[in-house]
Design a protein around this ligand. Structure first.
Ligand SMILES: NC(=O)C[C@H](N)C(=O)O
Length: 290
């Protein structure tokens, strides 16, 4: 089974159905890949890739902009069987950062590459840098302009994307990708590329992908916290609910979380107005909501 999220935040009423539908499509495609390859890791990566290519979300194409008007991308992936992980942060424009994070995981020498080094790694592994103009949307520019003009708050952008997957043998994986915050400082790195914060997977507990205020998620270690609750015996939904409750109470964090355990039970929680999600399970029609 595959669960995806399209970011915690406050999507306007008129756009909510479209955001949920994008998640349904991504979860269904992730499940298709899971059934074809048997790999939870590949399924989570593919689901996130679909969302990166959908300009509605703040990841890949359509990512939000730094205060300098540039794109800096964060992404990570982790699989739960041997707990391998790969991540890139402050990456200049490449179309699918999650694929580069996957390549980091496969190569295995390091876990996280930043900025120039991440770009070099990507090029050495056959990824082509993207023309920034093909990835920057008019909406992303408008949002930055509003922030710089003081018409909107400099906050997290919403629209981060993530996926968790569980195969028939109980192997789990998680993946997360984002442009971060609108008007962030150049070099600011959020929680999404940090294992244990934005992304975590361990077959002995489960997998989780987080979204929301990155600085708070960093400090709280949100995905690791949720997986530790699974290990302690909570159901996936209880683990998601308790994690978000504690995250709000302890560090005043706002955000959301998707969780899956090794039996394919899922948990979805948020303390924001919306968080689009999609769920696809073998033998059932894919569903979506907020
Ligand atoms: N939309 C998000 O979830 C933002 C992301 N967590 C970050 O702070 O970079």
């Amino acid at each position: 089974m595959v669960v995806v999220h399209g970011g915690a935040g406050d999507v306007p009423e008129a756009s909510r159905a479209a955001h949920a539908e994008g998640c349904r499509v991504a979860a269904a495609e992730g499940l298709r890949v899971l059934l074809e390859t048997g790999s939870a890791l590949e399924a989570a990566v593919r689901a996130v890739e679909v969302l990166e290519d959908d300009s509605k979300y703040n990841a890949g194409t359509g990512a939000c902009l730094t205060e300098a008007g540039t794109i800096e991308l964060d992404a990570s992936v982790m699989e739960g069987t041997t707990m391998r992980g790969g991540a890139v942060c402050a990456l200049p424009p490449f179309r699918n950062p999650i694929r580069i994070a996957r390549a980091v995981l496969e190569e295995g020498r390091h876990v996280l590459y930043a900025s120039e080094g991440a770009s070099r790694f990507a090029i050495a592994h056959g990824f082509a840098p993207a023309d920034p103009e093909t990835m920057i949307t008019a909406k992303a520019r408008q949002r930055l302009d509003a922030v710089l003009a003081g018409r909107a708050e400099r906050g997290w952008a919403g629209g981060t994307v993530g996926a968790v997957a569980c195969d028939r043998e109980g192997r789990v994986a998680a993946a997360t990708s984002t442009g971060g915050m609108v008007g962030k400082r150049v070099g600011r790195v959020g929680d999404s590329p940090i294992l244990g914060a934005g992304t975590f997977a361990d077959d002995e507990s489960g997998a989780a992908s987080a979204t929301g205020q990155g600085e708070a998620i960093h400090r709280f270690g949100l995905t690791r916290y949720a997986c530790d609750l699974l290990r302690a015996g909570l159901t996936a939904q209880q683990a998601a609910d308790v994690s978000i409750e504690r995250f709000g109470a302890r560090v005043s964090g706002s955000g959301g979380l998707i969780v899956v355990d090794g039996r394919g039970e899922i948990g979805i929680a948020r303390n924001t107005a919306t968080m689009s999600f999609g769920v696809a399970r073998e033998g059932e029609d894919a569903g979506a909501g907020h």
